[in-house]
Ligand binder design. Structure first.
Ligand SMILES: [Zn+2]
Length: 464
């Protein structure tokens, strides 16, 4: 099957055809580095990660660019609140962002351009728009005239009646009911403090939307293949990116637009006032594992709303432990060699068919768990030998190129734990059950679960 993806621009699933045969150019709106990213942000980044990993799985080379918004209304006002220079403030949150994506095993983009290093390109686009009469100058900045761009509203599906021509808004994020001309360039005012660039179009700073138009096409060309982000970015951010880039260049900006749905927490919109607002660090500090968080965030189809609950996170933990346990059993397999090639083939075909259908991850994962279930049955009957185990393991590694939950640090067992396990075995031999139970509980506190089998105790490490 060939890959089909839902395009927000056309509102249907389309056959994916990149501009260059084997390379995909992909742009993702990156973080505004003014705070820790929250679970909703990470859902969008994990969706981008799954998309990229599956394109790579299919043999495409992915040229991925993700910007860092290090100058906008929020970064400026927060750095002022702390009384430190803008770049000192944003570089701190940049570092936290990179730490977090590493924790979640999100593959890094090829390039992370910073907005503050691309002012020249933003000025270039603004000048073109001014020359073409699509932008105009006022006392406080340079604005994009939405009435001068014919296609305005096509991504978000806005009606002409909603467009308030002539009305202006200078804020980066604005009221979605009131569609107005937006700022490309904001002339310096007192609120900006020492944040300003001297340019041909005046002293000031860029609006948020122009940043992505400039950085995407600089590195990926125009048009490029794919642009992704959370659904909240469709309007106004992505609508405005299209208007700026297509208005300036007179040609298409992006072929495929993909957006992932919202994340809610315990059935409600995530908000600080409801006390259900979580950064990744908040969740990890509660004792949950990053791999379980990753699994939970990836396991709902990207166009469905995801309800993050701690109950679901527990379930995700068990699921990931089940996968790791299966891999451990495969490593120990020394039964007869029953042919498993049909199981592997069926699971692989079904996995790929599901993922080709607009990244249907829930069905894709179902085929992985079907393989685990069938092979666990064979393992229990000692019908899997070393040779078959290797083949199954290779199939699991292929699936994990997309899932990314098996990877991660090999959790080595410490010598102190080995010693405790040995002591417990001895206690059992002398039928000192009390001591054996005491050691079992002690191990449990250290995240080691013991299972007594006919061949002695088998241990496994839980995710936390
Ligand atoms: Zn953007």
């Amino acid at each position: 099957m060939a890959l089909k993806l839902y395009n927000t621009l056309t509102r249907k699933k389309e056959l994916f055809k990149p501009i260059k045969e084997k390379t995909v150019s992909l742009y993702t709106c990156g973080p505004t580095v003014y705070n820790f990213a929250h679970l909703g942000n990470f859902r969008a980044y994990i969706f981008g990660d799954i998309l990229k990993r599956y394109l790579e799985y299919k043999g495409y080379k992915v040229k991925h660019v993700m910007n860092l918004t290090d100058v906008d209304d929020k970064t400026i006002s927060n750095s002022q609140k702390e009384g430190i220079p803008l770049n000192e403030f944003t570089s701190r949150y940049e570092k936290y962002f990179f730490d977090d994506i590493k924790t979640l095993n999100i593959k890094p983009a090829g390039f992370y351009p910073r907005a503050t290093e691309h002012i020249k390109e933003m000025v270039g686009i603004t000048k073109k728009l001014l020359r073409k009469g699509i932008a105009y100058k006022t006392a406080d900045g340079i604005y994009f005239a939405i009435s001068k761009f014919k296609g305005y509203g096509k991504l978000a599906g806005l009606e002409k009646a909603q467009l308030k021509t002539g009305a202006r808004v200078s804020k980066d994020e604005y009221d979605k009911e009131n569609v107005q001309d937006f700022a490309l360039w904001k002339f310096w005012d007192e609120k900006d403090g020492d944040v300003a660039w001297e340019t041909e179009i005046g002293r000031g700073r860029p609006g948020w939307h122009i940043e992505c138009s400039a950085m995407s096409t600089k590195y990926l060309g125009q048009p490029f293949d794919m642009h992704t982000g959370g659904i909240d970015l469709v309007f106004p951010h992505h609508e405005n990116e299209i208007a700026q880039s297509e208005g300036a260049e007179g040609k298409k900006f992006v072929n495929y637009w993909m957006h992932c749905a919202h994340l809610i927490v315990e059935g409600r919109k995530m908000s600080k006032s409801l006390r259900n607002f979580y950064t990744l660090r908040d969740v990890i500090e509660k004792g949950h594992s990053a791999r379980a968080v990753r699994y939970l965030l990836l396991s709902t189809h990207y166009r469905q709303q995801l309800n993050f609950t701690f109950e679901e996170l527990e379930a995700a933990t068990k699921t990931v432990e089940g996968i790791i346990d299966f891999i451990d059993r495969l490593k120990e397999a020394d039964g007869k060699n029953h042919d498993t090639s049909q199981i592997i083939k069926k699971a692989t075909t079904e996995f790929e068919n599901a993922m080709d259908d607009d990244l249907n991850i829930s069905e894709g994962l179902a085929s992985v768990f079907w393989l685990i279930k069938e092979c666990n049955k064979l393992l229990a009957e000692s019908k899997i030998g070393k040779q078959e185990a290797k083949k199954i393991m290779a199939a699991m590694r292929r699936f994990d190129k997309v899932m990314g939950v098996m990877e991660g640090k090999e959790e080595k067992i410490g010598s102190e734990i080995e010693e405790l396990i040995r002591e417990r075995e001895e206690a059992r031999k002398r039928k000192d059950w009390k001591e054996a139970d005491r050691i079992r509980d002690l191990l449990k506190q250290k995240n080691i679960i013991l299972e007594d089998t006919g061949k002695g105790a088998r241990w496994r490490k839980t995710l936390r």
